[in-house]
Design a protein around this ligand. Structure first.
Ligand SMILES: [Zn+2]
Length: 291
């Protein structure tokens, strides 16, 4: 006896992107989170803004909100989509007829076209401190937008293309990233950083006259590109400072065994490792120079 039959496994599930549009016309602000699926603090902030907009009438213009830009990756709390493992924030503007991540990028890119401002929320790891990332030397309008966000540090982006914010700037749309502590394994949310970022986004809408309430004028400090400070030996690292601290050239960042690790230049840290075992070449801190 012979029997032939087929059984079907759907190998690519639908990827549904949920956009929320409040108000109409310009200016239009576009808030995005979860383009990297595990970057939980960013997703949480965008969901808080969404809840705010559901309760508060817009005075003018429109706000578009995409809390989870990469749903398949979010479901696994990881950076990339399990369908194709592509980094969604390296493939903009995407392609509609290609693999799921390219198609997702293409949809987000289309949705971004009417925006006058884009703020894309990300996470810089659980050892990080918040900062705005902007191609501010290349684009004055990106500098202006970064200056309207009450995140105390603005860091110059390396400008890698294929990211939503860099490609948007190329297309003439002011766009920045806000990097927040959290994310990583387990979808960790930093509530304090989330609150600061949420207030910064509402304050941006206030400065644009889009929601009621008094705007405060942010005064962030602008820094150059991040570089790692690495250990030259194996051992135990004990930090002397924490992420977000500013340092002067020669200040002690911490010790590996008994050897002091000093800041090679004046700037601000966006990551400082906690006390831990380290091996030669590992970054102990990320440091952006004061410009
Ligand atoms: Zn990210």
């Amino acid at each position: 006896m012979k029997k032939t039959y087929t059984r079907t496994v759907v190998d690519v599930m639908p990827v549904e992107l949920e956009f929320h549009l409040f108000g109409e016309g310009s200016p239009q602000v576009f808030f995005t989170g979860g383009i990297h699926g595990g970057e939980a603090t960013g997703i949480y902030v965008v969901q808080k803004v969404l809840a705010f907009l559901e309760e508060n009438e817009l005075l003018k213009g429109s706000v578009k909100v995409l809390p989870i830009g990469n749903p398949a990756a979010f479901r696994r709390l990881q950076r990339t989509s399990p369908y194709d493992n592509l980094d969604l924030n390296r493939i903009f503007p995407g392609r509609e007829d290609m693999t799921p991540s390219l198609a997702v990028a293409n949809i987000i890119w289309e949705e971004a076209q009417e925006a006058n401002y884009i703020v894309d929320m990300h996470c810089c790891g659980v050892w990080g401190a918040s900062y705005t990332l902007a191609v501010y030397k290349e684009f004055d309008f990106a500098k202006e937008l970064a200056g309207m966000l009450s995140i105390p540090r603005v860091i110059e982006s390396g400008g890698t293309r294929g990211q939503l914010f860099t490609n948007a700037c190329d297309a003439g749309i002011p766009a920045v990233i806000i990097e927040l502590p959290g994310g990583g394994q387990g979808g960790v949310i930093d509530l304090e950083a989330a609150e600061e970022c949420y207030q910064a986004l509402i304050n941006l809408l206030r400065q644009l006259g889009m929601v009621a309430g008094e705007a405060v004028k942010p005064e962030p400090t602008f820094y150059g590109k991040l570089r790692p400070v690495r250990t030259e030996m194996d051992g135990v690292f004990i930090p002397a400072i924490k992420a977000g601290d500013t340092v002067n050239e020669g200040d002690v960042i911490g010790h590996v065994n008994d050897t002091p690790i000093v800041a090679p230049y004046t700037g601000v840290t966006t990551m400082v490792r906690p006390a831990c075992y380290v091996f030669k070449g590992v970054p102990l801190a990320n440091l952006a120079p004061l410009t």
